[in-house]
Design a protein around this ligand. Structure first.
Ligand SMILES: *Cc1c(COP(=O)(O)O)cnc(C)c1O
Length: 852
């Protein structure tokens, strides 16, 4: 029946321990889950049943560690990191959990012995795409590294029913489809209905005085939604620590349903239930401008309120005084999406726990820290005052109070500087009034960080300059990183094998040890082995490309890859200008020694971002012409890999040879894709932007292809008055290439299709493509020349990997722990299951009745 059963599976002998790690124990658990959890027997089980049975068997093997971690945290109440993020782009769990548990090979063997295809089983998992890109993926890398560092952590976020849309390409255009990732169930999560919390929305506020005549404010809300936590285990790598990712789902409250129901309006009650559940229905794709989406503000407030109430519950059941809250929790705001937490914690402490304002404010500002993720002014979140007032009337009052006190301090510090007051205010009053979320985050946090050195500098000089002048001591940098467990060990087993054979396996949790590879770059045998790894990875990537696009690409061509969200500032269209330039050269008989290249693009455009969607159409249109022109003699192939996500990334980064990191300098906060490429041995062509600068510093200028204006030069060009036409007039090849696009050559004669792109470039060119074009083309010529010398290229590839140790998220979280959160490891010892399962004599839980 099942397409992947190549032989009839046999049920192994009975064994006692249901979480045994032996192959026989694993097989037993697999069949038990197929039978008892899924209600299937092998002959009628499909691939997905097989995946689910295996996933449940693996989840069982995480539970002892998870429960021991939870028990230790409950008993000892260690200082805990709460990482608040509206996005967690986790990627599939199964393979990663096998790696972190240290049972990957055993399980693969057991699965093989049962006659099943292990890779095919892994492919069944629908990836939880609960993020847009870099920011959500960073949160996922950080909670992996925190668990590995044995730091007590809870990741708090939203359990979107639909994650980031599923992208297909139809007729060269992006088409969005819903991502029904929960369709077949999620074996990794446990619903904790007993820890649900209520979240209020809307209404108005009222003052009242208590028995002592003190004034208080009551929030007379008009809507209540229930937040139900869904927990997934986050395993550290080969340690017992197993932390929790707690994602909130909105559900209707019973009380709320009943009030409508009692009026006899059954359908009305049901439809209100549906309305409540809409709150966590879908992830918002990063739009051009994030403003004005009512449901999004509700989502943000919802998950923040749930999370803070949950932390207060945990704090209070441990019988700790509220005044110690900031000693027990370090809360990180991953961008401004959770920034409303500053006002919500104040509300909870002042209104619900009757704390004095000044005490509450001291606790709040000692609890929060804020990570900024963007240098694009249009991407800074602000909410129309009217909308904010309607949904969160009490929070607006609290924000006014915070603002009044803050601006008083500003007045005293900068006497008479009224324009500074206007710039710093939490309320933007320049036109329609807005609440500025970044300002709320800055005022409410003890530490503010950027995500790469240049970004942190630009925050101080530019985006958050007034805050820097107010509180220079709050500002710091933590350069991003990525987890080597997912991005090397899991996704690149060949490279992992070669590295471990050569320098041992300590690098997996101590990435700077990769430096030990550098001396082997001089060894021709090692270079051969390195090249073979890359070639095999390229063959895998070519197979993925063929499966997804039907295009056949040559593994011997250079794999030149640009995968990331589609955005004008990232400049995918600059890469297209390069391809069109090569094409034009070949067609005009000036192909010289152009090495065969395969250009791989991937990434999603926000559904409302028309220019980004047109860039996708440009890529696919150029691909159509180039790939079908016998005149380019297979020198060039261009593919757009649809639906780029973590799963695809695991195949793409290991198979890449050239990493395109070509954003306009001063626009990309950090980038993390750049790091994944470098650790997997790709060379970078890039601008002096984000973490590219630090990568180049680490790997050496001679092993990095640098081009383009610096952030400083960009500022100067812009302040002089940038005239893209001057660059156009001065460069014949650029004129020819833009002319090709303009003439309809890539659009079957349609001269209108790409007009917005061409006219945009010639008219104002906000991301300075034309001023960087010549430098980029020359740099690509150096890349071409370097690739002709395979030995030298391999040496550079090894050196890139060997010097990528800085870019482990283990290093990033260690810096956060030391400098921002002031939190340390809390190793977990395993208790025997018998001990964990024994009932206390009085039948009550160890912690009394601390929940429902
Ligand atoms: C790493 C990653 C990103 C971020 O890529 P950048 O090149 O840093 O923008 C986006 N999406 C996915 C799926 C990733 O894995």
């Amino acid at each position: 029946m099942s397409a992947i059963a190549t032989a009839a599976p046999t049920v192994p002998e009975i064994e006692d321990d249901r979480t045994s790690l032996t192959k026989e124990g694993l097989k037993r658990a697999f069949f038990d889950h197929l039978f008892y959890t899924l209600g299937k027997f092998p002959a009628i089980a499909g691939k997905n049943d097989m995946y689910l049975a295996l996933a449940h068997a693996v989840r069982d093997r995480t539970l002892q560690r998870w429960i021991c971690s939870a028990a230790e945290y409950m008993d000892q109440a260690p200082r805990t990191v709460a990482y608040l993020s509206a996005e967690f782009l986790m990627g599939p769990h199964l393979g990663n959990n096998l790696i972190n548990l240290g049972i990957y090979d055993e399980v693969r063997e057991a699965v093989r012995e049962m006659g099943l295809d292990f890779a095919e089983l892994l492919r069944q998992e629908e990836e939880p795409g609960l993020g847009n890109g870099g920011l959500g993926r960073l949160a996922a890398c950080f909670i992996d590294s925190l668990a590995t560092a044995e730091v007590p952590t809870i990741g708090y976020g939203i359990r979107y029913e639909y994650g980031i849309f599923y992208q297909t390409i139809i007729d060269g255009y992006q088409v969005e489809n819903t991502d029904k990732w929960l369709r077949y169930g999620n074996p990794w999560e446990i619903r904790r209905a007993e820890w649900a919390v209520e979240v209020k929305l809307g209404g108005h506020t009222e003052q009242y005085s208590d028995d002592h005549g003190r004034l208080h404010v009551r929030w007379a809300h008009d809507k209540t939604v229930m937040g139900v936590p869904f927990d997934s285990p986050i395993l550290g790598y080969r340690v017992n620590t197993t932390n929790t990712l707690r994602l909130w789902r909105a559900e209707a409250t019973e009380a709320f349903d009943f009030s409508v129901f009692n009026r006899g309006d059954y359908l009305g009650a049901v439809s209100k239930k549906v309305t409540s559940e809409n709150l966590t229905k879908a992830l918002y794709p990063n739009d051009e401008t994030p403003q004005g989406k009512e449901l999004r503000l509700e989502q943000q407030y919802f998950f923040v309120s749930c999370s803070l109430q949950d932390m207060l519950r945990l704090h209070l059941i441990r019988k700790l005084p509220l005044e110690q809250f900031d000693q027990k929790f370090a809360i990180q705001l991953n961008d401004t999406h959770p920034a409303i937490a500053v006002a919500e914690l104040m509300r909870l402490l002042v209104d619900e726990h009757q704390m004095a304002w000044d005490d509450a404010w001291r606790i709040t500002t000692r609890t929060f820290s804020y990570t900024n993720h963007t240098l694009l002014p249009e991407a800074l979140e602000r909410w129309p005052l009217e909308l904010f007032q309607r949904i969160l009337p009490r929070h607006l009052e609290i924000i006014y109070e915070i603002n009044a006190r803050f601006l008083n301090d500003v007045r005293i510090r900068f006497m008479g500087d009224e324009s500074r007051i206007v710039r710093l205010s939490l309320i933007d009053e320049s036109g329609e009034r807005y609440v500025r979320m970044a300002h709320l985050a800055c005022v409410g946090s003890h530490t503010i960080n950027g995500v790469a050195e240049l970004h942190s500098e630009l925050l101080k000089q530019d985006v958050l300059r007034d805050f820097y002048e107010m509180w220079p001591e709050k500002f710091t940098n933590v350069t991003n990183g990525v987890t080597p467990r997912r991005w090397m060990v899991l996704s690149n087993p060949r490279l992992t094998g070669l590295i471990t054979e050569t320098i041992g396996d300590d690098w997996i949790t101590d990435l700077p040890r990769l430096a030990g590879l550098e001396s082997h770059a001089a060894d021709a045998g090692f270079r051969d082995a390195w090249r073979k790894v890359k070639r095999d990875n390229k063959i895998d990537l070519a197979a993925l490309i063929r499966r997804r696009t039907g295009v056949v690409v040559a593994p011997d061509s250079m794999f030149d890859v640009m995968v990331k969200r589609i955005h004008e500032y990232k400049r995918q269209h600059l890469a297209v200008l390069h391809i069109a330039t090569l094409y034009h050269r070949i067609k005009s008989g000036r192909d010289g020694d152009i090495v065969p290249r395969t250009f791989v693009f991937g990434g999603k455009a926000a559904p409302g971002y028309h220019m980004a969607k047109l860039i996708i159409k440009l890529i696919t249109s150029v691909a159509d012409v180039v790939n079908n022109d016998p005149g380019v003699r297979d020198l060039l192939k261009v593919v757009f890999l649809p639906n780029f996500n973590v799963t695809h990334g695991q195949c793409v980064y290991p198979g890449a040879e050239l990493s395109e990191q070509i954003s306009l300098a001063g626009k990309e906060a950090s980038g993390t894709g750049n790091m994944k490429f470098a650790m997997n041995g790709a060379l970078t062509i890039g601008t002096m932007d984000g973490a590219n600068i630090e990568i180049r510093q680490q790997v050496g200028a001679e092993n990095f292809f640098l081009f383009g204006h610096t952030a400083q030069e960009v500022q100067e060009i812009k302040s002089r008055g940038y005239r893209p036409r001057d660059f156009y007039e001065a460069n014949a090849e650029l004129r020819a290439v833009l002319g090709l696009i303009q003439s309809g050559f890539f659009s079957r004669g349609d001269q209108d299709l790409f007009k917005p792109i061409v006219e945009g470039l010639l008219g104002w060119d906000p991301y300075l493509l034309l001023s960087d074009y010549a430098s980029y083309i020359q740099c690509q010529e150096r890349v071409n020349a370097a690739y002709l010398d395979a030995e030298a290229w391999t040496r550079m590839s090894i050196v890139n990997c060997a010097n990528s140790g800085q870019f482990s998220s283990d290093r990033s979280v260690a810096e956060y722990c030391r400098n921002i959160w002031r939190v340390g490891p809390r190793p977990i010892s395993l208790h025997a299951k018998e001990e964990l399962q024994s009932l206390p004599p009085d039948g009550a839980g160890r912690y009394g009745r601390y929940d429902r």
